[in-house]
Design a protein. Structure first.
Length: 457
């Protein structure tokens, strides 16, 4: 291998390869070049192969693939803590729908930066941001600017609704937009970030009751023609099926099948209120799932039958959801909650093991957004999105099984450093690309101003 191929040699590390691969290896080095993992091997071999390469000492810590969050709403960082302990629609009307119309470019940017900083600090290297707060032109640009500046891998799921009235809402939707205008905006953004190694795009029609049948059909056609992932809130509550039965005379998944949504690379979010026919359709069309256990519990939505879905071979990823419902962007917390919720739901301690939820947050999660050949494992050829994990902390000592320790007792304290695309975005607990104190100060001031303007009690 040519020496010039490597930019960095991470040395003195322990490493987790992947479930079904080699498992744990100790005393290894990792060669990184052009944002990718070039080689993983014995320190003496790699140091001989790359003698002039810059080195970074992992100091015996564990290297893990970065975590993937396949569903969040970064703008909702500014709604953290609002509308708590209320039913779903009441929560929506007293938090998101009150503050969202007030959001401007600065607010969206600062909210996204705060959410990304929290995500990086808790081990997330890839975020799918379901950005539906497009209440003013080009607000999605502010999220992309935050992705670019903080160094995280960001997938913008460009959210939209094409109806002029929400069920249960006294006001018209602030983010209404024709589907053709949304698709034109996505094309503009794709051109703007063409070739960017860390930014990608997904289609995100909001939910069955916030879309016209024609709008969903047009979106599905576009997704198939352009080979894009399509993601959508699905069966989070009983409202979806109630609306579909009243409007179309059939259940939600049957409507989505008829209009072609299930024929896309479809990532369904939540899927709490499933029936057997839904699961059969998911099997038939290879539907993927984004499971958001913390938000589902906070909003009292229920427990998605994740173990049954996994048993049927359906690929599952994990998401935080927005900070308006979850209140955090912490994927370590999500992994633990996912495991515990299934154990309670099925009354089975063996339900959803630590290794299974870790896979959902890494390699399996990558497959749900068509990136399994890029991220989710520490293998040659993969993007160098790497966590440096310190398990010699009070919350994880003693440690017998590193994955179980991270899932069941891990915290932000265990995330020492984070590489994305081979670059350090967190080094020894310090964010390297942003002035964290300045962002937090500005975000607090901006959020307070919006809160006051919205006259939220």
């Amino acid at each position: 291998m040519m020496e010039s191929n490597a930019d960095l040699l991470i040395r003195n590390a322990k490493i987790w390869i992947a479930e079904g691969q080699s498992g744990f290896l100790s005393e290894v080095s990792v060669a990184v070049g052009n944002g990718r993992i070039l080689e993983v091997g014995k320190p003496q071999n790699l140091e001989a192969s790359y003698p002039a390469t810059k080195t970074w000492d992992a100091k015996g810590k564990l290297l893990l693939p970065g975590l993937l969050n396949t569903h969040c709403h970064l703008f909702q960082t500014f709604m953290r803590g609002l509308g708590k302990d209320l039913p779903f629609m009441d929560w929506m009307n007293s938090s998101v729908r009150l503050l969202m119309p007030m959001m401007d470019d600065e607010a969206v940017y600062l909210a996204a930066m705060v959410g990304c900083m929290e995500a990086i600090r808790t081990g997330t290297t890839t975020l799918v941001d379901f950005m539906y707060a497009n209440v003013k032109p080009r607000l999605s640009d502010a999220v992309l600017r935050a992705f670019d500046e903080c160094g995280i891998r960001g997938m913008l799921a460009r959210g939209f609704t094409d109806i002029d009235h929400f069920p249960g809402s006294p006001t018209p939707p602030a983010s209404w937009q024709r589907v053709e205008d949304t698709l034109a905006d996505i094309e503009r953004l794709q051109a703007l970030y063409k070739g960017h190694p860390r930014i990608g795009f997904i289609l995100a029609p909001s939910v069955i009751w916030a879309m016209t049948r024609e709008g969903l059909a047009e979106t599905a056609r576009y997704a198939k023609a352009n080979d894009l992932v399509l993601t959508m809130h699905l069966l989070e509550t009983a409202d979806d099926d109630q609306f579909s039965q009243e409007r179309y005379g059939k259940r939600t998944t049957r409507v989505l099948e008829e209009i072609g949504v299930l024929e896309t690379h479809f990532l369904a979010v939540h899927t709490v209120r499933l029936q057997e026919e839904d699961i059969r359709l998911f099997e038939q069309y290879h539907t993927k799932i984004s499971h958001n256990p913390v938000a589902n519990m906070i909003l009292g939505s229920g427990a998605a039958p994740i173990c049954e879905l996994a048993r049927r071979g359906i690929q599952i990823s994990l998401g935080t959801d927005g900070a308006a419902s979850n209140d955090s962007q912490n994927m370590i917390e999500v992994m633990k909650s996912a495991a515990l919720l299934q154990k309670v739901h099925y009354r089975d301690t063996a339900a959803l093991s630590a290794r299974q939820v870790f896979s959902m947050a890494t390699d399996q999660g990558a497959a749900t957004i068509k990136m399994e050949d890029q991220i989710g494992a520490l293998l040659p050829g993969m993007r160098a999105d790497i966590l440096v994990v310190d398990l010699e902390k009070p919350n994880t000592t003693p440690c017998y099984d590193p994955i179980a320790s991270l899932v069941y007792s891990g915290s932000e304290a265990n995330i020492s450093s984070v590489f994305v695309e081979g670059s350090l975005v967190l080094e020894n607990g310090v964010l390297t690309r942003v002035d964290e104190e300045d962002i937090l100060r500005r975000a607090q001031k901006k959020a307070q101003d919006l809160h006051q303007a919205a006259k939220i009690k």
